[in-house]
Ligand binder design. Structure first.
Ligand SMILES: Nc1ncnc2c1ncn2[C@@H]1O[C@H](COP(=O)(O)OP(=O)(O)O)[C@@H](O)[C@H]1O
Ligand SMILES: [Mg+2]
Length: 284
């Protein structure tokens, strides 16, 4: 359904150019659930914005279905977005003075007009039937995020893009939100999300992709989430650490980070020196 070929994205910052994506090749099939993971600043949002036709690549080809959209005009991209793509982006804020229902209806104004029944159905679908007249401040963070999901579902998009959908939520709420996304995916919608929440994503059957240093690669085996190529220490130990829900081991991770930030080595049974970026995988 989606094909990215040699996608490069650079930002011009005064005289300097910052290349964030350095040649991305990615195929996403209909009905897939894909999690793009990577440390903060690695380009996940940039990549989602390109997939969502909110921004254009500096070079490379982008096929959406059978269309080459690389050279689409702004209007053509907007039309494609309206018809085929739903967004669950944190920056798409809810209006605090409006009810949940009115917030969902707002999403319809730009595409064919308001249809109250459909807005209600969308809110029911995400489990907010009893909350349609509540304003965002009268709802929990998870419930607010459900309104955003309801809005994303309105136009019956083929693909849903979610940027850190569980970013500000506690683990329990995150899990129930992920279950909702899984259910939506089970109904045939393609879902692509960016997340750095490794602990959460590993509980879900998503295709995992790492974005690091401007490139991406599929995670075939969970051990790859940290690139050990240039590491000198015991990788099994790390694989264990990042998978664990064990409180004591998590404490050790915390200590490891603290020590590392002081620039020192830390002995945890074996001498260890970990690049800081890699530690971030399971702490941010
Ligand atoms: N509009 C922009 N102009 C300049 N630099 C940007 C812009 N958007 C993002 N960047 C830079 O691109 C890099 C990747 O950002 P982003 O895609 O937001 O990463 P992530 O979502 O993985 O945290 C960062 O270094 C960020 O500062
Ligand atoms: Mg981001």
């Amino acid at each position: 359904m989606i094909k990215l070929q040699d996608i490069v994205k650079s930002y011009q910052m005064g005289k300097n150019s910052l290349t964030v994506l350095k040649g991305i090749n990615l195929d996403i099939q209909d009905g897939e659930m894909v999690a793009i993971m990577g440390p903060s600043g690695s380009g996940k949002t940039t990549l989602l914005n390109l997939i969502g036709c909110l921004d254009k690549a500096t070079s490379g080809k982008y096929y959406f279905g059978d269309k080459d959209v690389s050279n689409f005009t702004g209007n053509e991209l907007a039309e494609l977005r309206g018809q085929k793509i739903g967004f669950i982006f944190q920056t798409f804020n809810l209006l605090s003075k409006l009810s949940a229902l009115a917030n969902v209806e707002m999403g319809m104004m730009y595409s064919g007009g308001v249809n109250r029944e459909r807005a209600k159905e969308a809110l029911e679908k995400v489990g907010l039937a009893e909350r349609i007249n509540h304003r965002p401040i009268e709802l929990s963070g998870g419930e607010q995020q459900r309104i955003v999901i309801a809005r994303a579902l309105l136009n019956n998009p083929e693909i849903i893009l979610a940027d850190e959908p569980t970013g500000n939520l506690d683990p329990e709420t995150s899990e129930s939100l992920m279950n909702l996304l899984k259910e939506i995916n089970g109904e045939g919608k393609t879902i692509v999300m960016a997340t750095h929440d490794y602990q959460m994503i590993q509980k879900f059957p998503a295709r995992k992709i790492i974005c690091e240093n401007g490139r991406i690669k599929d995670v075939v085996n969970d051990d790859e989430v940290i690139d050990f190529e240039n590491s000198t220490f015991n990788d099994r130990y790390f694989a264990l650490l990042k998978r664990t829900t064990d409180k004591e081991l998590q404490n050790r991770i915390g200590r490891l980070v603290t020590f590392h930030e002081k620039g020192s080595f830390l002995s945890l049974g074996s001498p260890i020196d970990v690049p800081k970026e890699k530690i971030k995988w399971f702490t941010t």
